[in-house]
Design a binder for this molecule. Structure first.
Ligand SMILES: [Fe+2]
Ligand SMILES: [Fe+2]
Length: 480
């Protein structure tokens, strides 16, 4: 039998709609959901089975209404007259939409509204990438409604569950496992009451304002030109020490600060090191490049109160050094970005401090609730703000991506890099890996990694060593 014959009952219904005027939705549902879908249909609707699908014609219904009716069921919807004027076109349109969505339930579509790539596609304006990268207020609401969240997730397959969990903190696991499907729970009510749409709109508006204001004070945050050159040359592993030394020595303040650090107890050399080239020969290119970059970038911290600057500086250095140690253990092989990302990961906080915006406590790791609070105040969190600055500095995309996702590492293009920074941040705050403060994606990444286990004892020892050394360097810079 041809499709047109099978679809004949629907064609008759559509003819009625055509003559009366109005809408009709054609909904295609996979067979395994047929019984549930039929339970939601009304007497006036027409349903028929075709291969492994159920096709339903809904009288006088728009797509939104149809989507709400079959809230928790995977489906494709096409609407007369917008999507087509005959049943065959509408049927194939609905099939197409179902295939695009695969077997994803509606909730995944909702999650996708906060997905970065989606946001980028919808909004070609590059600034929107940073404003729409996350929606922490929504995430923290879901976390505070574990029952609803688990019901949404109950209908998802493993891949989709991972996809959602990657947004969440570790430790929700057991609560999320034992719930039934969405039946009996109209999750849309939760979002309606929470005012999802209004809050997103407000976030976007506030975020735009914050970035606009930032551009007015951007001159305070220019990347010292020497840092730009240092980043560029650092990518060349075969660069001669003399060339690198010549770049650094063009800045006398930087050179003297660098030599002061190199000759400090931090490195413990007996002989005096009196030139940058000498330092490079002894310490190696990477170490000197990182040191020079840190010292050059310190200038930006002078825009905020010395007390905040000192705490943030020490934290940034500790995360940078810990990341360098942790990266190779987590499978991040390349050395060129890790120190820079570690150093800059919380630089968005400087802008917020400078502008008097809310930021979470510098001395504790940012929870989802903290990030939501920042976002409420500024339209974006310090992670997105920092990534925006890096983008304005034309830093490599890998750095920008890792900065924006350092609290949601599962969303990063380079997961090993983002997880490294995320875990190093937690170690820097706690002196150990505190699982309860990690993001779920990071825990999954750690559990899947190969190689010898990283003992808590080793983490604590490394933390102490790094902290002690960083304190020496930051004291010197403070007094320099
Ligand atoms: Fe952060
Ligand atoms: Fe941090």
């Amino acid at each position: 039998m041809k499709e047109t014959d099978i679809l004949a009952p629907l064609t008759i219904e559509l003819q009625k709609v055509c003559s009366l005027g109005g809408n009709m939705s054609i909904v295609v549902v996979p067979e395994k959901y047929a019984d549930r879908a039929l339970g939601y249909t009304r007497d006036v609707d027409t349903a028929l089975k075709y291969q492994e699908y159920l096709i339903i014609g809904l009288f006088g219904m728009e797509a939104d209404e149809a989507a709400t009716l079959f809230l928790s069921i995977p489906k494709g919807i096409a609407v007369y007259p917008q999507d087509g004027k005959d049943i065959k076109t509408l049927f194939f349109g609905a099939m197409e939409r179902l295939r695009v969505k695969g077997t994803s339930p509606w909730a995944k579509r909702l999650w996708e509204t906060i997905n970065e790539s989606n946001a980028m596609e919808r909004q070609p304006d590059p600034e929107n990438r940073f404003i729409s990268a996350s929606f922490y207020q929504f995430l923290s609401t879901l976390v505070s409604h574990p029952e609803e969240l688990s019901r949404i997730m109950a209908d998802m397959n493993d891949t989709e569950q991972h996809w959602v969990r990657d947004y969440l903190p570790y430790g929700l696991g057991s609560t999320l496992n034992n719930a039934g499907g969405c039946e009996g729970l109209d999750v849309s009510v939760l979002f309606e009451e929470w005012q999802y749409r209004e809050k997103t709109a407000h976030k976007l508006e506030t975020g735009k304002k914050t970035l606009r204001k930032f551009r007015n004070i951007e001159h305070l945050f220019t990347l010292p030109s020497i840092s730009r050159e240092i980043i560029d040359v650092a990518r060349d592993p075969l660069l001669a020490a003399s060339k690198m030394a010549r770049i650094i020595e063009r800045d006398p303040v930087l050179t003297s600060r660098l030599l002061k650090v190199v000759n400090s107890a931090f490195y413990g050399f007996h002989r005096q090191i009196d030139s940058v080239e000498h330092a490079i020969v002894i310490l190696g290119n990477d170490e000197v490049v990182n040191l020079a970059f840190s010292i050059a970038i310190y200038k930006i911290l002078e825009t905020i109160s010395p007390c905040h600057a000192q705490r943030l500086w020490e934290h940034s250095l500790i995360v940078a050094h810990l990341s360098q140690w942790l990266g190779p253990l987590l499978g991040y092989k390349s050395k060129d970005k890790i120190y820079t990302v570690g150093l800059l990961h919380d630089f968005g906080k400087i802008v917020f401090l400078q502008r008097g915006h809310y930021i979470s406590d510098i001395d504790t790791p940012s929870s989802l609730q903290d990030l939501a609070q920042e976002e409420k105040d500024s339209g974006l969190s310090h992670a997105e703000m920092g990534a925006y600055i890096a983008e304005r500095w034309n830093l490599p995309e890998g750095i920008v991506d890792a900065l924006v996702s350092h609290h949601l590492p599962g969303k990063a293009k380079d997961k090993a890099l983002a997880v490294t920074i995320h875990v190093a941040d937690i170690i820097a705050h706690n002196g150990k890996i505190d699982m309860s403060q990690l993001n779920n994606a990071a825990v999954r990444f750690l559990s899947q990694r190969k190689g010898p286990p990283i003992s808590q004892e080793l983490v604590c020892r490394t933390y102490e060593k790094v902290t002690e050394r960083v304190k020496k360097v930051s004291d010197i810079e403070d007094g320099a």
